[in-house]
Design a protein around this ligand. Structure first.
Ligand code: PLP
Length: 418
């Protein structure tokens, strides 16, 4: 069995199947490039996440707020809506899309950065949303937006603080701490020394402060666990300081970041232990917290999507063998072009395994050197016209895709709906 096989992706007679359909046949029917998503796989991931938090005591609600920036396909949003999931939105357009998909305002958390008053006005068209403040400096324009909207009922707010610790699979996905691992100053969150002042200002302006939020970064593996739990400790300590200052919080939001495996050698983030740690700390804290929030993106959807591409020809250049495909990374699976650490397994769908393998670099059709889906991968050599599947394409692929080179963004299909 291949390490990446699961209820969505599996192999029979050396051919790749997506749920009960042959990948080759889907490519023939719908054309390529093509994103294929599995609702079943997303729901299986959701079940696993819920199970991890199942030991929560009565009275402590676990809110799973899907980070829809990972993938905002309407069918996936609908499936998550039915399961009672909340939404983590980062732009007014994401808020509007969540509302359109049927999410109740009270189930949407808005966390934005570098926001204008107009952004807040769009968000407050739905005044039941919880606004997660990313900067002390956002407060006045939020208040001005509330005046423009003539909202009289209290607007629920939480504060995204920067606990001084961050972790991510790439320096570009570390979202807390003073600087990322490559030295980039981190723009997110309210620094430790200003958190209480931020809550006080919100209270003075008659907002309703309900929560404290942090998000350390994206793409954690097992080695990120020690930092993740240290950040939990910091969150509890901060919530206690807030309690002493008179703020009794309803919820603590630990953000997202816990990843699935992208690589065989990678060790999975120990989600169950992390959940148990959070639950233990919250229970013992006597903070009177009523809800814990987590904001998974990748965890729910990364494994539940793939991209099918067609090999146009094989090209030899200075000893390298390239499979040249009919898609470009930036238009489909941009992660390998953006992050040097990003890895997506690539599978020859009509001959998944084989005793004879070649060293193949899978190259896209864009005018850019970084337009490579995978470098020197060992796989059975695909003939021109054959289909390759780029795995783990459910998160931050379609949502980050552009029309670079004026190439189209591929169509998406959701299995079970086609
Ligand atoms: C505030 C916030 N929450 C949640 C997430 C989701 O992260 P991930 O997809 O790694 O779970 C992100 C993504 O960076 C984020 O910025």
């Amino acid at each position: 069995m291949n390490w990446w096989e699961n209820e969505f992706l599996w192999v029979k007679k050396n051919k790749l199947y997506l749920e009960d359909l042959q990948a080759e046949q889907l490519a023939k029917k719908y054309g390529t490039p093509l994103y294929v998503y599995s609702r079943q796989k997303v729901l299986a991931n959701l079940r696993r996440l819920r199970q991890a938090f199942e030991p929560a005591p009565p009275g402590l609600e676990i809110r799973i707020a899907y980070a829809m920036k990972a993938n905002s396909h309407a069918g996936l949003l609908k499936a998550l809506l039915k399961e009672g999931v909340f939404i983590d939105a980062v732009s007014p357009a994401e808020v509007e899309k969540a509302i359109k998909a049927g999410f109740h305002e009270g189930r949407i958390l808005f966390t934005g950065t570098s926001l204008s008053q107009e952004d807040f006005e769009r968000v407050l068209a739905h005044p039941g949303i919880t606004v997660n403040i990313d900067a002390f400096e956002q407060i006045e324009s939020l208040a001005a937006a509330r005046r423009r909207r003539r909202i009289k009922s209290p607007v629920r707010v939480s504060v995204r603080w920067n606990p001084g610790l961050g972790r991510g699979f790439s320096s570009k996905t570390v979202t807390a701490g003073e600087r990322s691992s490559d030295g980039t100053p981190i723009k997110f969150g309210v620094e430790d020394s200003r958190v209480i002042e931020t809550f006080k200002r919100l209270q003075t302006l008659k907002f309703l402060p309900v929560g404290l939020h942090q998000h350390l970064g994206s793409g954690w593996t097992e080695e990120d666990f020690p930092v993740a739990v240290r950040a939990v400790d910091r969150m509890i300590k901060k919530a206690k300081e807030l309690q002493a200052a008179g703020f009794n919080l309803e919820c603590l939001d630990f953000g997202g970041g816990f990843g699935p495996k992208y690589l065989q050698e990678e060790r999975l983030f120990p989600l169950e232990e992390y959940a148990a740690y959070i639950l233990g700390k919250v229970e013992n804290s006597r903070l009177g917290i009523r809800a814990i929030i987590v904001e998974p993106g990748k965890y729910l959807v990364a494994e539940a999507g793939i991209l099918l591409v067609r090999v146009e020809y094989l090209k030899k250049n200075y000893g390298h063998l390239f499979a040249c495909v009919n898609a470009g990374t930036y238009n489909t699976v941009p992660r390998p072009a953006i992050y040097k650490e990003a890895y997506h397994e690539i599978v020859n769908v009509s001959q998944v395994n084989g005793s004879k393998k070649d060293r193949i670099t899978v190259a896209g059709h864009l005018c850019e050197t970084a337009d490579i889906f995978g470098v020197e991968r060992m796989m059975p050599r695909p003939q021109p016209g054959k289909i390759l599947a780029v795995l783990m394409a459910g998160a931050y692929c379609r949502s980050m895709a552009s029309n670079f080179n004026l190439r189209d963004i591929p169509q998406e299909i959701l299995l079970g709906s086609v």
